[in-house]
Structures are given as structure tokens and as C-alpha cells.
Design a protein around this ligand. Structure first.
Ligand SMILES: [Zn+2]
Length: 341
């Protein structure tokens, strides 16, 4: 027992002595420069990230940014009038989104719309990747309602109220290019992208609202393909938070159909217009064909047709056919509807 105690005491004294001599050696003037260099290379303890900060940092990285406070219900300055607050919002409303321009050149969504349980609130827009100074474009034409600064949330932000009834909000900007009440066209530069407000990196926070209701922007826009899903968006109080079920083939068929319909409408002499939402089935195809046969005063140009063929088939001359339809050239587009009597 005693021998062990003595041994421990001696060891402790030796280590203590060594410690002192090490300290003396380090603080000796001949070593002080080296010592200072070593210190300079070390990162200071208070700069290192603590555990809870590391957790927050990881969360921010995952989220790209925290959901911004809702400017329509939170932090809404008393000098501003939220005209939608007590408005009677319809349950459903069809909005024309044909004349759009994507708000930013990129196509990458870094944070989507939706509820964030860790913050207990909803992210009411999408975050689009951008660099500081990227141009931000008005998504539709309309009038600038607000250009403001919100330090704890949106940073510098712009709200544009559009002709189609929507409002769009652009957050974390670095510079405004428009003033309130200014009329802007779709695609007009309205601001430069930035990293202001509650933001962990440069991005555009983009919201689409109808009478204060923050619609999931991905229900209207297909950001990956830089387009809208369809020509109109039907706002519905029960579905506005959901993103659009995107099926390219469905959209392609819809587009093909609407192009054909547009051509028919343009030729003014439409025989019988199909219901826009009606699906083309065997029976509707039949009825369309019948209606075409019934009226022999028009003719829809088919593939391989020319004016000569069409004229002779209808007992007319090419000149008569051209005069009747106001044609100046001998070429005629497939799908065009011509008067033949
Ligand atoms: Zn955001």
C-alpha cells in the first residue's frame, strides 16, 4: 500500500515537474515566435460550433431556409390594408395563367411548399436556387402592390397583383427595380435576387396567392420544365395546397387538342364546337364526323390536300375557292377549315 502511494506521488511530481518545464520551454523568449505562430494556426475555441448550433446548422442545410413568417397574418404593418382579410373568397375560381414568364432563369426548387413540423408552420411558397444579383421577373402582368423590407423574414420583398387575380411574392431580394403602383408586364425585371432577411443562402422565395390564400406554386408552375401545367388554374379552397399531378402525356394530348381547337376557332366557320373538357371517345368522334358531313358548306383541309383537289371535289374552280376564303396564296395549311359554297 505504502509503496504504491509513494509511487503515485513520485509519478505525479514528475509529471508536474515535466509540465512546468514544458511550460517554461514554451514561454521562453527564443520560442515565443513559434509559439505565437502555432496559436495563430489554431482555431479559437469560442469560434467552434456548439452542439445545438450544429443541429440548427444541419436543419438549415436540409431546409435551405426556414419558412418565412406569413406577411398576410404576421408582421402585417398597421399602415397597410390587407383588403383580403374579411373578403368573401369564392370556393372555386378559374384563373387564366396563359401569359406567364418564369420568375427566374433557373429551374431548381430547393425547398418546396408545405408544413414544417420542426417550425410548427407552413412554408407558403417555394425556394428557387439563384445567385446574388440574378434577375427576377414578374410572373404575370400586373401592378406592384408593395416593395418592402422585413428583417426577420422575407428580407427585401416585392408583391405584384396580377390581372388574372393572382398575387405573387418575391423574397430575399438584394435590389428593387420597380416602385409601388408601377404597372409591370409579364417578364419585366422587377428585382435582383439576394440573401436578405431570414435566409441561409441566396435564393428566391416565391409565393402565388389568390385573395390571400397561398397556393402551392407547383400546382400552377412546372419549375423543372419552366412552364405552367395547363392554360388555367382552378383555385379551390380544398385543393390549393396540393401540387399538380403532373403527367406529360396527358398534357401533350391536351395541348394537341387545344391547338386543333384554336385553329378551328380561328377559321370562324366552326361547324360544331366540342365541349372543352369532353374526352374524345368513339361516340364523340362519330358525332363530330356526322356533324361535319351534315354541313357541306365547309371543308377541313387534310394531309396531302391542295386547292386544286379541294376545288374539283366541290365542283369549284381554284379561283372561286380562293376568292370565297380570301386566300392570296395557293398553299393551304392542314387542318384549316375552308368555305366551299
Ligand atoms: Zn422560402
Amino acid at each position: 500500500m505504502n509503496i504504491k502511494r509513494v509511487f503515485f506521488a513520485l509519478t505525479a511530481m514528475t509529471l508536474f515537474a515535466l509540465g512546468i518545464s514544458a511550460q517554461n520551454m514554451q514561454s521562453a523568449s527564443s520560442y515565443s515566435k513559434m509559439h505565437n505562430d502555432l496559436l495563430a494556426k489554431q482555431s479559437r475555441v469560442k469560434d467552434q460550433i456548439r452542439v445545438q448550433e450544429a443541429q440548427k446548422y444541419a436543419t438549415d442545410l436540409y431546409e435551405e431556409c426556414e419558412p418565412e413568417p406569413d406577411i398576410f397574418t404576421e408582421g402585417w404593418d398597421s399602415d397597410l390594408v390587407n383588403c383580403y382579410k374579411d373578403a368573401n373568397v369564392p370556393n372555386s375560381k378559374v384563373l387564366d395563367v396563359r401569359h406567364y414568364v418564369m420568375p427566374i432563369k433557373g429551374n431548381y426548387v430547393t425547398s418546396r411548399y408545405g408544413y414544417r413540423p420542426q417550425f410548427g408552420r407552413t412554408h407558403k411558397g417555394v425556394d428557387l436556387r439563384s445567385a446574388i444579383g440574378d434577375t427576377i421577373y414578374s410572373a404575370f402582368s400586373g401592378r406592384v402592390r408593395l416593395t418592402r423590407f422585413d428583417r426577420g423574414g422575407y428580407g427585401f420583398y416585392v408583391i405584384v397583383r396580377h390581372d388574372n387575380g393572382l398575387e405573387t411574392i418575391y423574397g430575399h431580394l438584394s435590389r428593387f427595380l420597380v416602385k409601388p403602383d408601377q404597372y409591370v408586364k409579364a417578364g419585366q425585371p422587377i428585382a435582383l435576387s439576394g440573401n436578405t432577411g431570414r435566409s441561409t443562402g441566396p435564393h428566391l422565395h416565391f409565393e402565388t396567392r389568390f385573395m390571400g390564400y397561398a397556393i402551392n406554386p407547383e400546382a400552377i408552375f412546372d419549375f423543372a420544365n419552366r412552364c405552367t401545367h395547363t392554360d388555367s388554374y382552378t383555385f379551390s379552397k380544398s385543393t390549393y395546397t396540393k401540387s399538380r399531378d403532373y403527367a406529360p402525356s396527358k398534357r401533350y394530348n391536351q395541348a394537341k387538342k387545344s391547338v386543333a381547337e384554336e385553329k378551328e376557332t380561328a377559321s370562324k366557320k366552326v361547324v360544331k364546337k366540342e365541349q372543352p373538357q369532353q374526352k374524345e371517345t368513339a361516340s364523340t368522334r362519330k358525332s363530330t364526323k356526322e356533324s361535319r358531313d351534315e354541313s357541306r358548306s365547309t371543308y377541313k383541309v387534310r394531309k396531302g390536300d391542295n386547292l386544286g383537289k379541294i376545288a374539283s371535289r366541290n365542283n369549284m374552280t381554284v379561283a372561286q375557292l380562293k376568292k370565297l376564303n380570301g386566300l392570296s396564296s395557293d398553299n393551304v395549311e392542314e387542318g384549316k377549315v375552308l368555305r366551299v359554297k
